[in-house]
Design a protein around this ligand. Structure first.
Ligand code: AMP
Length: 196
């Protein structure tokens, strides 16, 4: 029963690492970004509402995001554990998540933070733009998302660091090496309570 969170700036390969880490721990991934993108492409009411925020590189309002995660966390496939990717991103969302988990007598076991220099993140984003053609992968939107990460999401990292559950991982270089480092660091933390 493992409940994890992964946090990382845009371009850090967070989504890719989430998939590998979740597979290792045999838990499903819940990516708020993926859920929003699916709703946008299916033109659901949520997608229509969320699209402009995604396109601008802004955060989708808390009411929408929190309600979506709350419903998802109640589903039966997540009862044995999960890896949350992209949520919480603000201090308010941390409180919301605390409440959601507490109401189900659950708690997080560890929070993985991917760290990489801004210059490398920008290079990776440009590469992803070529490969996947994501609408928010333009230099302008990328810089806005990175600013948002530094200005808002660092609070989230600070909260979990303060709780002694932050596992920071060097997110530079080869994606396979990053996966190996991340899994080893989480395993060590879960077994010994030691953060790298
Ligand atoms: P991601 O794939 O995690 O980079 O998320 C892509 C986009 O989805 C973000 O730029 C936001 O517009 C939106 N999004 C994802 N997660 C959240 C969240 N926790 N709160 C608000 N907006 C979010």
């Amino acid at each position: 029963m493992t409940r994890l969170l992964i946090i990382g700036p845009p371009g850090s390969g967070k989504g890719t690492q989430a998939v590998h880490i979740a597979r290792h721990f045999s838990i499903p991934t819940v990516s708020t970004g993926d859920i929003f993108r699916t709703n946008v492409s299916n033109e659901t009411p949520l997608g229509v509402e969320a699209a402009r925020y995604l396109d601008d590189g802004a955060l989708v309002p808390d009411e929408l995001t929190n309600a979506l995660v709350k419903d998802r966390l109640l589903e039966s496939d997540l009862q044995p554990g999960f890896l949350l990717d992209g949520y919480p991103r603000t201090a308010t969302q941390v409180t919301e998540l605390d409440n959601m988990l507490a109401s189900q007598s659950q708690r997080l076991d560890a929070v993985v933070e991917l760290r990489a220099p801004d210059s490398e993140l920008e290079q990776r984003m440009l590469q992803r733009a070529k490969e996947q053609g994501r609408k928010d992968d333009t230099i302008e939107v990328f810089r806005r998302r990175l600013d948002l990460y530094h200005n808002e999401t660092h609070e989230v990292v600070a909260v979990y660091a303060g709780r002694g559950m932050l596992v920071s991982v060097d997110g530079s270089g080869d994606p396979g090496d990053i996966t190996t480092r991340a899994i080893a660091a989480v395993e060590k933390f879960l077994a010994e309570g030691v953060t790298p």
